[in-house]
Design a protein around this ligand. Sequence first.
Ligand code: ZN
Length: 102
Amino acid sequence: MTNTKTWRTDLKPPKIPPLMVHCFRCNKEFGIKWVGGKQQAYSKKNSWAYWTEETEGDKKICNSCLLNFYKNEKKLFWEKVKNPSRRNVLSGYAINGFLSRD
Ligand SMILES: [Zn+2]
């Protein structure tokens, strides 16, 4: 008999804790989830640069500020988020409640 079962368990990816950051808008501390996958990276959802393509700094934004930005700062949203597919993704996140939970 081989110990296939044990070996398979060992193949499971390690659980990576969230990256703790501060929101650049409200200064709240929050965690960014590790998404893994092909990119082996933390979620880009909370990266300001991901949405705006602003390369300066490495600003992080929490879910509630991101939701507020989308819902209540529409003018700024259109100015900042120029990439049409990112606009779609962000509005999808806002509409389906993805930004209301952590
Ligand atoms: Zn915030």
